[in-house]
Design a protein around this ligand. Structure first.
Ligand SMILES: Nc1ncnc2c1ncn2[C@@H]1O[C@H](COP(=O)(O)OP(=O)(O)OP(=O)(O)O)[C@@H](O)[C@H]1O
Ligand SMILES: [Mg+2]
Length: 392
């Protein structure tokens, strides 16, 4: 077989991939500086510090935290201190046991998956940190999922880690899309977390996205292969969400489309085509993790909530029933429906709260954190129409 080949617009496509961490993060200088002032005592005097980063999707929280830890290690080393960091995605590592295991595997990749209790794991971690003589920064990303599932225990334990020895040797960076994420902490954890320093990550403006994209174009594409209007158009589209990930995904996809045509140049028309296949936010990944009935429940919630802030579970169940019929799926019983609501809540896709006053009897009120209902509806309908690619 022979392949038709032609010039590629990409010089280095890895530079627009999701896991590339740029050396410099333009328009995050203030956040980095803030992190430095919070963590400076770690480097200077070996004290522990904690920070809480929040902001909506694609505002650079994860990459700023990782970049900061890399750079801060050098600072600490210059001050004669060892520093290490480990990043935990709490949505992927559900529960405190899985979080601890992930951290241990950072030190010892062969640490067994089973057979050790949480106290034993903590003990083991303590020994590793002492042996390696490092201060460890644990990044708990999407921490609200962990807090909802396992409570405050891990956060509390880490924020007290090493205090027996007179100085903390674990620091925490908590990350969430929601400013209220720490509301889930109980009083004890909150009190040790009193010194928590919140760092806000605002949405990127159109102009900021132009800068971010401009740098990526220079890194990833051959000179002269990206039409002048491309960066402007992408920034326009993505500025509605202020989401840098969406902007970079659009850029990559537009480049790939240009390559399919061997055009040698990315044009605004390629961007428009890319827009049809790229969704803002990490929604597709999150929805892929759901079973069909959970998708139907979420679709019901999203449809009901479009013009409201809150709906009741009764409203949601009604809309769920309609969705089941529409997609020819068996409607599950109330207890099962209720379990799905709790699953979606634990995954951070919805917020379910017991109502306070004003509503007759106790009922649960549901709201959507951050994700626009319109986007959810479109994505879910598309996913439910497609045949399943993965057996459940
Ligand atoms: N200031 C920036 N400069 C360059 N690239 C950036 C900047 N901010 C974000 N990015 C890029 O945008 C993408 C999304 O960033 P990141 O994953 O850090 O967002 P996030 O705030 O953690 O989003 P989420 O809440 O969805 O996890 C990454 O590819 C990152 O490299
Ligand atoms: Mg992130």
């Amino acid at each position: 077989m022979s392949f038709r080949t032609g010039p590629s617009v990409f010089k280095d496509r890895a530079k627009v991939s999701f896991d590339y961490i740029p050396e410099k993060l333009p328009h995050r200088e203030a956040q980095v500086q803030r992190l430095f002032s919070i963590f400076r005592p770690v480097g200077d005097s070996g004290l522990a510090a904690n920070a809480f980063l929040y902001g909506s999707v694609g505002t650079g929280k994860t990459h700023t935290a990782k970049r900061f830890c890399e750079d801060f290690r050098r600072y600490a080393n210059e001050h004669g201190r060892g520093l290490d960091h480990v990043h935990v995605n709490c949505r992927q590592k559900m529960g405190d046991d899985a979080v601890l295991l992930h951290i241990l595997k950072h030190f010892d990749p062969r640490f067994p998956d089973r057979g050790f209790s949480i106290p034993e794991k903590l003990d083991s971690l303590r020994k590793w940190i002492e042996k390696q003589q490092v201060h460890l920064i644990v990044i708990l990303d999407e921490v609200d999922v962990l807090l909802k599932k396992s409570g405050s225990e891990v956060v509390y334990t880490f924020s007290r880690f090493g205090e027996e020895a007179g100085h903390g040797n674990v620091s925490l960076i908590l990350i969430s899309q929601r400013r209220e994420a720490l509301d889930h902490l109980d009083a004890a954890a909150l009190s040790t977390f009193r010194r928590t320093n919140a760092v806000e990550f605002p949405k990127y403006s159109r102009k900021e996205l132009v800068d971010i994209l401009g740098i990526r174009v220079g890194l990833a594409f051959h000179p002269g292969s990206v039409d002048d209007g491309v960066v402007d158009l992408i920034s326009d589209i993505a500025s509605e969400y202020g989401d840098a990930r969406y902007a970079i995904d659009l850029l990559e996809r537009a480049g790939a489309i240009a390559d399919e045509e061997f055009a040698g140049e990315v044009t605004p028309e390629n961007v428009r085509a890319a827009k049809a296949s790229v969704t803002p936010s990490d929604l597709p990944d999150r929805l892929r993790e759901l079973e069909v009935p959970q998708k139907l429940v979420l679709l019901g919630v999203a449809r009901k909530i479009r013009r409201k802030t809150y709906i009741t579970t009764g409203d949601a169940e009604e809309a769920y029933a309609v969705a089941c019929e529409e997609f020819s799926q068996k409607r599950r019983a109330h207890t099962q429906f209720w379990k799905y609501i709790q699953d979606l809540d634990a995954l951070g896709l919805i917020d379910a709260k017991r109502s306070g006053e004003g509503v007759v009897g106790k009922t649960t009120m549901i709201s959507l954190p951050g994700i626009p209902a319109k986007l959810l509806i479109e994505s879910l309908e598309a996913a439910l129409r497609r045949p399943r690619s993965r057996p459940s």
